[in-house]
Design a protein around this ligand. Structure first.
Ligand code: COI
Length: 355
């Protein structure tokens, strides 16, 4: 083995949760991975230790100028007992591009994947096996040098924590109601929209709150320049099936390059379904809705998997999609992706990685 991370095991293991009551991101396993970066020395001292609070100075750079990044992926246990990760190399690649944008030092992609595998292996008994549950993996990097000047930090922590989870939306696969935001914007060209950073999510909370007050679960973002083109949904990418074409926004720098997004595009192409990465106006979506041509809409994400949308609201208009029910394509994509992830569907693309 190329990497050998020392392991300190907890002396006070926690009770495993009841899989029937699991929600998203509320419980954490017994261990975590932690590694330091020091300028002049590089990344060093990667190890697995008991999950515990950090000791960190109030002056740590991350608290003041938000120099940080995060990732998200899931581990599953197959019926024959294998522990599987889904396309972890893609998370490592995205980490490289986020780090580059945020002036965070490069983290070797192979090392990142090996660190994830190592900590998942230690806590593999925490992987819930009930349908729709998984072990959510949250790798992240924070700048923890104590200083108040604005410049890249000279010290960082890379950590991986693990959380047994149920569905991201409480309703599971039940179609969500989405509110189109045309006041606030999430990203503009040249900004950080493509990077997986907390700041993008913090800036979206105001709109999410507004959507909740109006009875909607999430926000559909429009482009930040003309507020005309659909971009992404709160915590996931957005897909629209209009007539016989499935459309999603192109990766032009303002949307997150989702791994589920990429997987869905690949599957649709494999199935011979017309899929386009192109700009799509919100007018076109509502026009298609009025003409009965908006067949389905769904969100994709690691946390959300495939999440059908049953209603869209924009200004004073509303469109109900597929009678507010799960569409055929959304269900088929969910079954295929989840089947691949848990090792039930044959993986001809080499997407699953055994721990
Ligand atoms: C994920 O889907 O893994 C994400 O990172 C979204 C998160 C806000 C739950």
């Amino acid at each position: 083995m190329k990497y050998n991370f020392p392991i300190t095991r907890t002396t006070t293991p926690k009770a495993k949760p009841d899989p029937d009551t699991l929600r998203f991101g509320q419980l954490f396993t017994d261990h975590m991975f932690i590694m330091e970066y020091t300028t002049g020395k590089g990344w060093h001292d990667g190890k697995i230790v008991p999950y515990a609070p950090l000791q960190i100075e109030p002056a740590a750079a991350v608290f003041h100028y938000a120099q940080e990044m995060f990732e998200g992926l899931k581990a599953y246990k197959s019926k024959d007992g294998r522990v599987l990760l889904f396309r972890p190399d893609m998370n490592a690649k995205r980490t490289t591009s986020t780090n580059e944008r945020m002036c965070i030092p490069h983290l070797d992609e192979e090392l990142m994947v090996e660190a994830i595998k190592a900590v998942v292996n230690v806590d593999k008994d925490w992987i819930p096996e009930k349908k729709g549950t998984s072990l959510y993996i949250r790798p992240f990097i924070i700048a923890d040098e104590p200083f108040l000047g604005v410049r890249p930090s000279d010290h960082y922590l890379f950590m991986v924590i693990l959380s047994p989870v149920g569905p991201y939306y409480e309703g599971g696969l039940a179609p969500t109601k989405i509110f189109v935001e045309d006041d606030f914007v999430r990203a503009t060209p040249g900004g950080t929209g493509f990077a997986k950073i907390g700041g993008n999510y913090a800036a979206g909370m105001k709109s999410q709150e507004k959507a909740h007050e109006k009875g909607y679960e999430q926000v559909l973002w429009l482009d930040g320049v003309e507020r005309k083109y659909v971009e992404e949904i709160g915590t996931s990418n957005a897909f629209f099936k209009i007539h016989d074409e499935v459309i999603t926004a192109p990766l032009s720098g303002t949307i997150l390059p989702g791994i589920t997004r990429d997987s869905v595009i690949n599957l649709l192409k494999q199935w011979g379904i017309k899929v386009s990465e192109r700009r799509l106006t919100i007018e076109e979506v509502f026009e298609a809705g009025k003409q009965g041509k908006l067949i389905e809409m769904f969100a994709t994400g690691t946390a959300a998997v495939i999440s059908p949308v049953g209603e869209l609201s924009w200004k004073d208009e509303k469109v109900v999609i597929n009678n507010g029910e799960i569409g055929e394509l959304s269900q088929k994509l969910y079954d295929e992706l989840y089947g691949l992830q848990i090792g039930e569907v044959e993986d001809t693309l080499g997407w699953t990685v055994q721990v």
